[in-house]
Design a protein around this ligand. Structure first.
Ligand code: GDP
Length: 595
């Protein structure tokens, strides 16, 4: 199990002001300056130790080195957050945080349910756990494990992107009757990118056509070598249906966790990540927070993303009110002033004033950023944009996804589709099944509804049928984006290109009754064609553009005259032609464009 080596690195909260020198950035990450300069070079930035880089570049570097970014600015209000590193003697072991990933229908949800059920003693708290986005179980040998029960790869990456690395171990579920599929590979890549060790759960082993060996060999192609093939990745055969192998899987996780030597300091101000948040009708804003360090207690004052609050109540995954939650414990937190977003990081601070100040500062920053990005602006700006927008064709869409992270990722990707002529407009994006109201909204704007890992409920399906609203389902983001791109390309106006086909010179001008002036020409280059467009050039200046009324050879109308031949030409609605003028003959072709 060589995986432990990769994880010895300490993940730091690295404060990044608006500008920072390369040397100071290296210092704050406790990385070698040379490594930072190398990483910058890989990004195409040439900078020496004393050179200043901007916050965005610094953030990329910090993320690349696997640390957490904490943006600060001249308003150093954020300093109220305690970021002092823990002393080794204060650290205590903490449970691992486990995320289950894998291809759709391979049994992620079933496995999470089965694990949860086997571990809740009957009678205890009614034997029911409530869904808060994560839960804890105890293995037979007494190890405590924390499971995130929001499977979904996009959520995993989106949380990571927001600076909340909340997974220590990934359980990769592969169905024994289906083997390695695209999202299996995606999951492997996500885990690798995050530097998180894998455990392979070969599921559906109860099925007659189960072929666990095939799973093992196919994983080899993706550099996952399981123990049964003498590799260092644990693999366990399980059945979410019969419960077979579940205990082995839990022990495998516990073993992997021991190797990782996960530690935290329960005696400091709490810090954690939001894994779910919602506005509850009865209880107000509620966030499920996974405590990552310190201990969160009732009465604690905290800031979380752009929101703040004071812990009014903490509720465990068993639905019980608790007074505190230590490292790796998921709890529902009540007492927020608004709903934060999944991936937001919670920090306990000392006073309400500090919390309010930091939240206000962050909100301001976010607003400025949005304004800069053009999301909201002054009235003049809006009007100017509305004017400019007239030329822009829009493809409206409604997006529903299984989790907040996916929805965000899709919206971001869709907003990038387009150019100055067409763009995708996301009318609404949200989490959960496609409802009648989504269909109504889509109908109003003649938009399709896109479901990512979600389906329309029955009334919505009926409404869509009746109103002729298109609903499209996807489970792979790239497919979704490709389709939308193709649809948006359909909105592009065809490009009209001109092709010169010939030149003619006017040798003489005749007046013909009933026709008007006719030019006696010599085609000097290419061909003259009756159907083509013509321009009259006098001393290389265009004096007229139009079409031909007649094209004749001798007295006969013709369609085409070749170079070197003489012909007669008369223009539609134009008479001012003179000897010596040159006629340029061109055709237009339309070319379909793609984004
Ligand atoms: P997810 O999309 O990965 O969350 O997969 P689900 O948990 O929804 O499972 C997909 C389907 O596989 C469901 O119909 C489950 O009942 C079935 N399933 C899951 N695990 C097992 C298993 O161990 N054995 C059998 N026979 N079926 C399973």
């Amino acid at each position: 199990m060589a995986q432990s080596g990769e994880r010895e690195k300490v993940v730091r909260d690295v404060q990044i002001p608006e500008a920072i020198t390369v040397g100071e950035l290296a210092n704050r990450m406790a990385e070698r300056v040379a490594d930072v300069i190398k990483a910058l070079m890989r990004m195409g930035v040439m900078a020496t130790q004393n050179q200043t880089i901007d916050a965005d570049t610094a953030e990329l570097i910090v993320t690349e080195f696997g640390h957490r970014v904490v943006r600060v600015s001249d308003a150093d209000v954020e300093h109220a957050i305690d970021t002092v590193p823990d002393r080794p003697e204060d650290l205590r072991p903490r449970p691992p945080i486990v995320t289950i990933m894998g291809h759709v229908d391979h049994g992620k949800t079933s496995l999470l349910d089965a694990i949860r059920k086997t571990n809740v003693a009957e009678g205890e708290a009614g034997g029911i756990t409530q869904h808060i986005g994560a839960y804890q179980v105890t293995t037979e040998s007494g190890a405590v494990l924390t499971f995130l029960d929001t499977p979904g790869h996009a959520a995993f990456t989106a949380m990571r992107a927001r600076g909340a690395q909340v997974t220590d171990i990934v359980v990769l579920v592969v169905a024994a009757d289906d083997s390695v599929m695209p999202q299996t590979v995606e999951a492997i890549n996500h885990a690798k990118a995050a530097g998180v060790p894998l455990i392979v759960a070969i599921n559906k082993i109860d099925k007659p056509d189960a072929d666990p060996q095939r799973v093992r060999t196919e994983l080899l192609q993706h550099e996952v070598v399981v123990e049964k093939l003498s590799g260092d990745v644990q693999d366990v055969e399980v059945s979410a249906k019969t419960g077979q192998g579940l205990d082995d899987l839990l022990e495998a996780i516990a073993l992997q966790a021991e190797i990782l030597e996960l530690k935290a300091n329960p005696a400091r101000a709490a810090m954690g990540a939001v894994i779910e948040a919602k506005l509850d009708v009865g209880r107000g804003p509620v966030a499920t927070v996974l405590v990552q360090n310190g201990t969160l207690r009732k009465g604690d004052v905290f800031v979380v993303g752009e929101k703040w609050g004071k812990v009014r109540a903490l509720i465990s995954d068993r639905g019980e009110t608790v007074t505190e939650a230590g490292p790796s414990v998921p709890v529902e937190v009540l007492g927020l002033n608004g709903t934060p977003e999944a991936g937001d990081v919670l920090h306990v601070v000392e006073t309400e004033a500090q919390a309010r100040e930091i939240a206000a500062y962050r909100e301001n920053l976010a607003r400025e950023k949005r304004a800069a990005a053009g999301a909201t602006a002054t009235l003049e700006q809006l009007m100017a944009r509305a004017k400019a927008d007239k030329a822009v064709a829009e493809l409206p869409v409604v997006v529903k996804a299984d989790v907040q992270g996916s929805a965000e990722a899709i919206v971001q990707a869709l907003e990038k589709v387009g150019n100055e002529e067409v763009r995708v407009r996301v009318l609404h994006s949200g989490v959960g099944a496609i409802t009648e109201s989504d269909v109504g909204l889509a109908e109003a704007s003649k938009a399709p509804v896109i479901g990512f890992n979600v389906r329309a409920n029955a009334p919505a399906r009926a409404a869509a049928n009746q109103k002729g609203v298109e609903i499209r389902y996807y489970s792979i983001i790239y497919d979704l984006i490709d389709d939308i791109k193709a649809a948006a390309s359909g909105l592009l106006k065809d490009e009209v290109r001109e092709k010169f086909i010939g030149y003619a010179k006017i040798l003489e001008v005749f007046k013909v009754s009933n026709v008007g002036k006719v030019a006696g020409c010599l085609v000097t280059e290419g061909v003259a064609r009756k159907s083509a467009g013509v321009r009259l050039l006098r001393d290389n200046v265009v004096v007229h553009e139009g079409t031909l009324k007649t094209l004749q050879r001798f007295k006969d109308p013709v369609q085409e005259v070749q170079s070197g031949q003489e012909c007669g030409m008369a223009f539609d609605n134009y008479d001012d032609i003179r000897q010596g003028d040159v006629i340029e003959i061109f055709e237009r072709e339309t070319v379909e464009r793609r984004l």
